[in-house]
Design a protein around this ligand. Structure first.
Ligand code: ADP
Ligand code: MG
Length: 249
């Protein structure tokens, strides 16, 4: 589903990604953990080419992302990039719902605008997606009247409505009050159980331990520990990883 080979990226003289090799298989859940500034968001953003990379290759479902194959490093045509992005959903820390639209409107609007669905059909699909994240009874509410956890679930529903084959999450619960984190993680856990391929940047070690098939620990742009949760969270003796984990226990 995702294949990264030797991916490096610098901002000026700062090397943010330094030779990333990472493979995510279909239906796998990979959690990305690491200190602030270690490159987690940048890595995620390279997968749908919100961020360009300097060297190496990123493939999604076998297709090279960002560059024309066999043609140096020429940027790929926008249409081809859109095609790849169609299959990828992304959920951020800040959910960015449209404040002037109801929960239903927020989920239905991209279906109408981007996918060209008729309003009635978009409404039906949006309603089904709100049900999937446990918000069937909130479809008529505006974001300001929803809790942070509910707003994030609407954002997840909005993403799922586009029928992605891969979901990228960048600290989806970091902006939430602690008591609202659980409901969002539960939706993500359900998605994982249904077989969604997911890459999740998170500081929720309990979620990583229970849901991830593999965990990658990123430090200064390098993956320095990788494997099943048991290995990364308990067995690895990497000093920087041990130090990082101590701050979360
Ligand atoms: P993380 O998500 O692990 O906190 P990021 O991928 O956001 O890390 O950032 C990694 C490093 O790259 C940080 O030092 C950050 O300041 C820097 N960085 C991120 N985006 C940019 C940018 N657009 N321009 C310059 N530096 C950036
Ligand atoms: Mg980040």
């Amino acid at each position: 589903m995702i294949e990264m080979r030797g991916v490096s990226k610098s901002f000026g003289t700062l090397r943010v990604l330094d030779g990333i090799d990472l493979t995510v298989d279909r239906s796998e859940v990979v959690c990305l953990i690491g200190p602030s500034g270690s490159g987690k968001s940048t890595l995620l953003r390279c997968i749908n080419f919100l961020e360009s990379y300097d060297t190496g290759e990123v493939r999604v479902e076998g297709r090279l992302v960002g560059y024309v194959e066999g043609n140096g490093r020429r940027r790929m045509p926008d249409r081809a990039l859109r095609e790849i992005r169609r299959g990828i959903g992304m959920v951020f820390q800040h959910f960015n719902l449209w404040p002037h639209m109801t929960a239903l409107g927020n989920v239905a609007e991209p279906l109408i605008r981007v996918r060209g669905l008729a309003a009635a059909e978009a409404g039906l699909r949006a309603r089904a997606m709100l049900g999937r994240v446990g918000l069937a009874d909130k479809e008529g509410e505006y974001p300001a009247r929803l809790s942070g956890g509910q707003q994030q679930r609407v954002a997840i529903a909005r993403s799922l409505a586009m029928e992605p084959r891969l979901m990228l999450f960048d600290e989806p619960t970091s902006a939430l009050d602690p008591e609202l984190v659980g409901e969002v993680l539960q939706v993500m856990r359900d998605l994982a159980t249904e077989g969604m391929t997911m890459m999740v940047v998170t500081h929720e070690m309990g979620f990583a331990a229970n849901v991830a098939d593999r965990i990658a620990f990123l430090d200064r742009g390098r993956i320095i520990a990788y494997g099943p949760p048991r290995h990364v969270l308990h067995e690895s003796t990497e000093p920087r990883l041990r130090q990082f984990l101590q701050t979360y226990h």
